[in-house]
Design a protein around this ligand. Sequence first.
Ligand code: FE2
Length: 383
Amino acid sequence: MNSLCVLFLLPFQLAGHATLIVVCHNWWYGRLIGRRLTDAVQLIHLALLVLMPFLFVPILWDQYPFVQLIGQYYSYLSLAGFGLLIIVTIVRYLRIVPSEVVCLGWEHLNPQSYLGHSGSGPGWRGRLAMIPGNDVLHPVLRRYELNLGSLDPLLNGLKILHISDFHFGKTPTREWYQAVMRMCGLESPDLVLFTGDLVDGLAQHDWIPSTLGHLSASSTSVGILGNHDTWYEPKMIERRLRNIGFQMVGGSVLQIQLRGKPICVMGNELPWRGSQPVVPEEFKNQFLIALCHSPDESTWAAQNGAQLIFSGHVHGGQIRIPLIGPVIMPSRYGRRFDSGWFRIGKSLLHVSCGLGGSQPVRWCCPPEVTMITLRGSGHDQSC
Ligand SMILES: [Fe+2]
């Protein structure tokens, strides 16, 4: 292979190499592995990402025959990885939003107007959050209408607020979350659904009443925990959420009453916690909602009759590269369930980008909360 050919192929090989590492990383990160192993896997993948491109350097091939042998095979593999990137990206563009979903638009919440300051925390995290282009402090409210033909007329117009992945930590501040939740409260949701990952530290347990308490005091609120919660006294988090009015459904099924109609909500915190709940026969004809922290559990929820499934966990990838989309996605399905709406069998799945993240970095992927209004067939458009 002449040097001109090597130079021409190099960008595609590097892109393909990065794709292979990311695919491997996402697969591992979507599995049940301990926190230490998760950190180790991240480090290994980072090292491979940086070091393996040296296999493409022809000068090393002359000095070390084994590098040439591995390098040649890995060159072909990385080109296949580039092909995979192109195919997956095209498939993503061809994705069709379920016909029941009507997007009503989105708006910036601007918690800074409440606070009078940015809401960034102290230290390097706060400084990182303030870098122009970082969306961490700029949440959006997305609005959707769901046209469900079989919806009970009494539930027509029911407003569901989906919130997820707060990751209370050092950035943004408690005041920032309080402002965002107050703005959500102004929307007067009938039902608040929280799909896990509330805290990233024991010290942040104290934030729960002052951030979510206002919302849960005025709306029926149901929640589950996420994988990060399991690292910081999950039973204590559940207790604190129950104390402010949340009904926790991890590994169980709950019947709630809204507008005089029974609605079932089931929770699934797998693969980190509990088990898949069994839906009692008498609940199977009712309107059934599933909360699954990971969208990987959405297939189970669809098979068990959930009409609506709500998930978080993947944060929309946090960094979305223009044209390509998200990269890091802790899911067995890779980038398939990144954010927004999906049809799984007869069910509709909504995956939230969440409000926070362990690392205060978001690019082309702002924090979000979602307001969903249910509509039955033949509803009055003026209501
Ligand atoms: Fe999360």
